[in-house]
Design a protein around this ligand. Structure first.
Ligand SMILES: [Zn+2]
Length: 271
């Protein structure tokens, strides 16, 4: 559809609608909504007609990559692979990570399918995904809620600076981080993880107190800033305990790097 045709159609739509001036506010609102929907549909049709002619550079390569990787995935994963989770999910952890492209679950779970209930947003926050977190903890009953911050977090950096020129939606998601000004580095990342754990513990107090839920805060340190090696998932908070020595003494932390026991411990389905 050409631009002129779109314009003509829009004018026709706007011009041929019934008069609304004398109608009640409700009827006028309904008419406005009707026109808005039609305009939206026309714009959508126009955008679709542009096809790949106006696709941003590199978009085709991305799609090609997506399609080919999916084909490879399908070839290497037979129907048996999907059987354990095709009819339902029983994840063992609700995970809140940053949406950052450098943070992915394969850094801490080699087989995350059906195992991790993943929630991602800027700044790995509870506030902007509360319903999703609640779903993981209360409906799926995961015994662990894991909050994962990371080195070089752009959201923390932004929240610690002046973000007044960002759009409303971005500002709102940075507002809830409440990072102190000037704390844009690892110190801010750690502060935020601790804050998210506190928030989760307050929200899920009954589950934590009954022992049904353990809230864990961690930092995925792909820069090695914590001096524990690049790629380390450093556990920095367990149910509010932030002292590394005391964390190390907690029962839940014992022998975590030992080979898994056969009867318990690791998940049943190692796909
Ligand atoms: Zn981030």
């Amino acid at each position: 559809m050409r631009k002129a045709a779109v314009r003509g159609l829009l004018l026709a739509v706007l011009g041929c609608g019934p008069a609304v001036a004398a109608e009640s506010t409700g009827a006028a609102d309904a008419e406005k909504e009707r026109i808005r929907m039609i305009v939206q549909e026309v714009v959508r049709e126009y955008a679709a007609s542009l096809g790949s002619k106006q696709a941003p550079p590199g978009a085709r390569a991305v799609l090609q990559n997506v399609v080919q990787d999916n084909q490879k995935f399908m070839r290497s994963h037979k129907p048996d692979y999907f059987k354990p989770f095709a009819d339902g999910q029983h994840p063992r952890a609700t995970v809140v990570t940053c949406a950052d492209s450098r943070v992915h679950s394969h850094a801490f779970d080699a087989t995350p399918d059906g195992d991790l209930f993943m929630i991602r947003n800027i700044g790995n926050q509870i506030a902007t995904a509360e319903g999703s977190v609640e779903y993981g903890v209360r409906h799926l009953r995961t015994p662990v809620l894991l909050v994962v911050g990371h080195s070089s977090c752009g959201a923390i950096k932004a929240a610690a600076g002046d973000y007044s020129r960002e759009s409303g939606p971005i500002r709102r998601e940075l507002d809830t981080l409440q990072v102190p000004k000037g704390e844009g580095g690892m110190s801010g990342v750690l502060l935020n993880v601790h804050k998210q754990v506190s928030r989760a513990m307050a929200k899920f107090e009954p589950e934590v107190l009954s022992g049904a839920l353990t809230v864990v805060g961690a930092v995925y340190d792909f820069r090695g800033e914590l001096k524990q090696g690049q790629g380390k998932l450093a556990i920095v908070n367990v149910n509010g305990e932030t002292d590394p020595k005391r964390i190390a003494m907690l029962e839940i932390m014992q022998d975590l790097d030992a080979p898994p026991a056969k009867s318990t411990g690791r998940k049943k389905n190692r796909y």
